[in-house]
Design a protein around this ligand. Sequence first.
Ligand code: ADP
Ligand code: MG
Length: 246
Amino acid sequence: MERNRIKLEFLVHDLKVPLAVIEAGILSLLQKQDKYGEFIDKQIKILERALRNTIVTRTLVNDALELGRSSQGIINKSTFTPAQLVLQTLTEVLDLTDHSVADAIKECASLADLKTCLSGHGLFLEVDDTFWTRDLYLDEGKVKQIFRNLLTNALKYKKNRVLLKITRSERHLFIAVSDDGDGIPSGYHKKIFECYFQMDMKSDHCVRGHGLGLAGVQVLLEDMGGELSLESDTGKGATFSVKIPW
Ligand SMILES: Nc1ncnc2c1ncn2[C@@H]1O[C@H](COP(=O)(O)OP(=O)(O)O)[C@@H](O)[C@H]1O
Ligand SMILES: [Mg+2]
């Protein structure tokens, strides 16, 4: 690895420690109010918000390291289920945008419950009951990062609905994320995968993007031997479909 890249990754790596200290500090303030003193509701809300954002930052730091690892061709396979993948990713993403939904998800006792709960918020989940709890053996960090980026985009650009579809074949895992937003004109289908490219800088979102998400998704997918396809046109929403070999 070239020296500058090592320095940069080292720096990112070292961010983990102060972040963990911040996270643990906020958590203990919230959990040990009997010891440190009680907070009023407003203070609790602020601390919870700070905690959520610390967790997001931790995820981003891990993602940055994962991209670095990936470009070295390192694959780290483990066992996880579609249920874990979907629940963890949805909770992470929705915690930022709509944490009442994130809280509601945690209460769902079954897949059917979850589907009903999500559909009430314009999120539609299509996955087989039998597949939902089946073990997958893939690089979980990479798969999650891919899914999270596509989901974040869909939620950002949708009008009313997002559809998540997870299926499998003998040899592949398929994840499709669709939204009913303005879509992407065919002339931009290549460009949006380039680093720092954004069709238009939407300013009405709380977190500004950097046009790095899809470029990262491509890198991770290539390293797993996967493929991504995009079906979209102006005014027709967008469907990003991912195919990952076992
Ligand atoms: N679901 C989508 N609907 C419409 N446009 C999209 C969608 N996903 C991505 N794009 C376009 O592709 C660009 C690049 O996306 P991405 O790499 O995730 O960057 P970012 O989210 O940081 O803007 C976005 O700025 C947007 O213009
Ligand atoms: Mg994005």
